[in-house]
Design a binder for this molecule. Sequence first.
Ligand SMILES: C[S@@+](CC[C@H](N)C(=O)[O-])C[C@H]1O[C@@H](n2cnc3c(N)ncnc32)[C@H](O)[C@@H]1O
Length: 241
Amino acid sequence: MSETSKTALEQAEQEGKYIRKVRSFVKREGRLTKGQAKALEDNWPTMGLNHQDGLLDFTKVFGNDNPVVLEIGFGMGKSLVEMAKNAPNTNFIGIEVHRPGVGACLMDASEAGVTNLRVYEHDAVEVLADCIADSSLAKLQLFFPDPWHKKRHHKRRIVQPEFVENLRSKLKIGGVFHMATDWENYAEHMLEVMTAAEKFKNQSETNDYMPRPDDRPLTKFEQRGHRLGHGVWDLMFERKV
Ligand SMILES: C[S@@+](CC[C@H](N)C(=O)[O-])C[C@H]1O[C@@H](n2cnc3c(N)ncnc32)[C@H](O)[C@@H]1O
């Protein structure tokens, strides 16, 4: 959100006007399983991060200066935990609004014994704006974001010009924004937004999509899609300046 629109929104809110913000998610009140609830209780003190604590100090949080990868909307966290397990010298931060997903992720993470992962249960747009320092991230990941199929819902898609501009400032120069989707129309939308965004360079030699890099684990859902002949599109853009 630009400073002007943010100020206008804040002013309207102070005046008691109700402004509906366009969000990329609908908060579902899914029930926690016993395992998820226990994982949250046991692991939140070591792995949970709170939006209201503001700007993060990565060195303090992780106890080292390893590169930091941030994932937006990790779902149940399966691929995020696997990535963290496979790359112990990289730090991972996951953001997800769906509480059962956060619980499931913490359950897997503690079973896998990973120590290089922290999570937020909050809107990623706000976490990025308020908690992540500029030019601090090695990589940003957005895997299979909600596609919002219907045309009238396309404004809810998280990949929008303003969002990617804000996100660029959080990457280090040379840092990469990696997206993946199984919805062709969303892949085209991502490519259009990212190609128009100056100061990003497409890493694809053909200036469109990339083969899935080995470090992005193949999800069960994706394997099934492959068998059914469905496509998956990976897009990787680097921060130029
Ligand atoms: C279709 S799911 C994909 C989950 C996972 N990345 C995967 O590949 O299985 C999209 C997820 O993004 C989350 N999400 C959407 N908008 C978000 C936001 N602004 N902040 C945090 N999470 C968000 C949703 O709650 C949902 O779990």
